[in-house]
Design a protein around this ligand. Structure first.
Ligand code: VGL
Ligand code: ZN
Length: 208
């Protein structure tokens, strides 16, 4: 692949807790590792995100004495899905997965570190106002074409892609380098991607 200078690989939330044996394991989450490592060797610009929650975070069902996956919480910014405790700051589960080998990584963006706001998107937290700073970083560096991979299709990859388009970036999801939490929410997210012009490709189209 002859990479263009405006292209960046965005590797979303490939952390121990989202892979098998993690507290919020994404089905087949480990399948993305070899694909992402191959992609990472081909991009000069690689940016990672890391979900990074304080203990007692608003998105944890345990914080509210409610059930993960089944219950929701009415946050000031809208309805928040509730999850098992995951990616707690400084815990082993929050670490980037050790199977990830990305020497070209330029930046790691942490998100979801405010106790009262969750953040699925790499760009904007769930209140749709608080910026992670990533858009400014990418614009400053002239990186306007984003290739997304990682976890999870229906949440963090999903909302990052939608916000990326809304912020004026060209966004392509590398489908075989992404896995999701549930088929229904994945299908719903795919429809939203298609509606706003998120492109979808297979890694072979880049690695070929
Ligand atoms: C994620 C749910 C909660 C993700 C993060 O990385 O997709 N999903 N926190
Ligand atoms: Zn989270």
């Amino acid at each position: 692949m002859s990479e263009k200078t405006n292209e960046v690989l965005l590797v979303i939330d490939v952390q121990r807790d989202f892979l098998p044996d993690g507290s919020l394991a994404v089905p087949e989450g480990d399948a993305v590792l070899p694909v992402i490592n191959r992609l990472g060797a081909r991009f000069h610009n690689v940016v990672l995100t890391q979900d990074w929650h304080p203990a007692g975070h608003i998105s944890f069902s345990s914080t509210h004495g409610l059930r993960p996956f089944a219950d929701t919480f009415e946050a000031s910014y809208g309805t928040q899905t509730l999850w098992p405790d995951h990616t707690v700051q400084g815990s082993p589960g929050a670490e980037l997965h050790p199977g990830l080998i990305l020497p070209n990584a330029n930046l790691i963006v942490r998100k979801g570190f405010r106790k009262d706001v969750d953040s699925y998107s790499a760009f904007l937290e769930n209140d749709h106002r608080t910026s992670t700073g990533l858009a400014g970083y990418l614009r400053d560096r002239g990186l306007t074409s984003l290739f997304l991979c990682g976890l999870a299709w229906d949440y963090c990859v999903g909302y990052s892609a939608l916000d990326g388009v809304a912020l004026g970036f060209q966004v392509t999801v590398i489908e075989d380098a992404v896995r999701g939490i549930a088929p229904e929410t994945m299908a719903a997210m795919s429809a939203r991607w298609d509606a706003v012009g998120v492109k979808r490709i297979q890694s072979a189209q880049l690695l070929g």
